[in-house]
Design a protein around this ligand. Structure first.
Ligand code: FAD
Length: 298
């Protein structure tokens, strides 16, 4: 069986660099290994979670019970197939986008700005600059303790920054259907998208990207700025002065600091604009968001 690590630190596996350790951790390289571990975890009643690039993830400070998986080797490969690309769930989106430029394939350019894995992108229905993940997906191979199933995009329950994939359902492989294009056109689009992103977002900071989802017809970042929240700081966590919907770890932040900052910012936007922001960032382990607890209790 694949090597299992106990009390494995996850902080460095996230882009914001907070949180504790996984009770059990394994890096898996093939579908067979993945399936074996999922069956084992199910038989031993362990919860299962996946960490991709950790680029939209808050890990609980007290750690994550159960088994945390990371996809590598075969499950992170990118290969050319007729009419597109086949990627492991652990392949990185920017790398897949760069490959399409070399091959002269259009449709996946938006992935250049999503610093996550293909599996994380499917789980989150990640998008940028009008790119539409669902429109370039042919199929997604999902592995669970029950087996391997190939799903079409309409079977994934996509919604704004979400899908119906459940814990214990791992995106192992994805096929993208792309269209032929001149390599220099794809390369130019990638350069343009990188430049747009560079101008709009802070670079070189420890963050997990968008903290809150954009409410219908509004921008979470603009609502936070209008409420005077840019630069608000709690402990080592701060709302970026350049893009208020990004939390930065400015030094020694804990996940608790970030949750406290999110709660304070959300409360202020509610008072200022009457809009209740919903979080986009995902939690791993027992992270408690007070406003969600309150609405469940009420
Ligand atoms: C600077 C910055 C810019 C960003 N810009 C964008 C943007 O423009 N658009 C956008 O949509 N997002 C953006 N994000 C957020 C993030 O990159 C995306 O949500 C991305 O899809 C997350 O992928 P990941 O591999 O990092 O997933 P993680 O953060 O590791 O995990 C996110 C969720 O996906 C699950 N998951 C991960 N891998 C798998 C898998 N193989 N199978 C099943 N579930 C899995 C995790 O368990 C977790 O629930 C940005 C983030 C940063 C830091």
């Amino acid at each position: 069986m694949v090597e299992l690590h106990e009390t494995y630190p996850l902080q460095r596996m996230t882009t914001v660099r907070t949180g504790g350790a996984a009770e059990l951790f394994a890096a898996v390289g093939t579908i067979a290994e993945l399936q074996e571990l999922l069956v084992w975890a199910n038989a031993h009643d362990h919860d299962v979670a996946v960490v991709g690039s950790g680029s939209n993830l808050l890990v609980a400070d007290e750690g994550v019970p159960g088994l945390v998986l990371h996809l590598q080797r075969q499950l992170a490969e990118i290969e050319t197939v007729s009419g597109g690309l086949r990627c492991g769930g652990g392949a990185r989106m920017p790398k897949a986008a760069a490959r399409t430029a070399a091959l002269g394939l259009a449709g996946l350019e938006f992935a250049v700005n999503i610093p996550g894995t293909v599996g994380g992108a499917v789980r989150m229905n990640a998008n940028a600059y009008d790119g539409a993940l669902a429109s370039v997906l042919s199929w997604v191979e999902v592995v669970s303790a029950q087996g391997v199933a190939r799903r079409a995009p309409h079977e994934l329950g996509f919604e704004y920054r979400g899908s119906a994939l459940r814990a214990g359902e791992v995106v192992a492989q994805v096929q993208f259907a792309l269209t032929d294009a001149a390599p220099e056109t794809v390369r130019a689009t990638l350069a343009e998208m990188r430049a747009l992103r560079h101008a709009a977002q802070p670079k070189g900071i420890k963050t997990f990207g968008s903290t809150f989802k954009n409410p219908p017809g509004a921008s979470a970042g603009k609502l936070l700025e209008a409420a005077g929240l840019s630069g608000l700081r709690i402990g080592g966590a701060r709302l970026s002065p350049k893009h208020a919907n990004f939390v930065e770890n400015v030094g020694g932040a804990s996940t608790a600091d970030i949750v406290a900052l999110m709660a304070a910012a959300r409360e202020r936007v509610l008072e200022h604009a009457g809009i209740a922001l919903e979080r986009e960032v995902q939690a791993l382990g027992p992270v408690s968001f007070p406003w969600e607890e309150a609405s469940r209790a009420g």
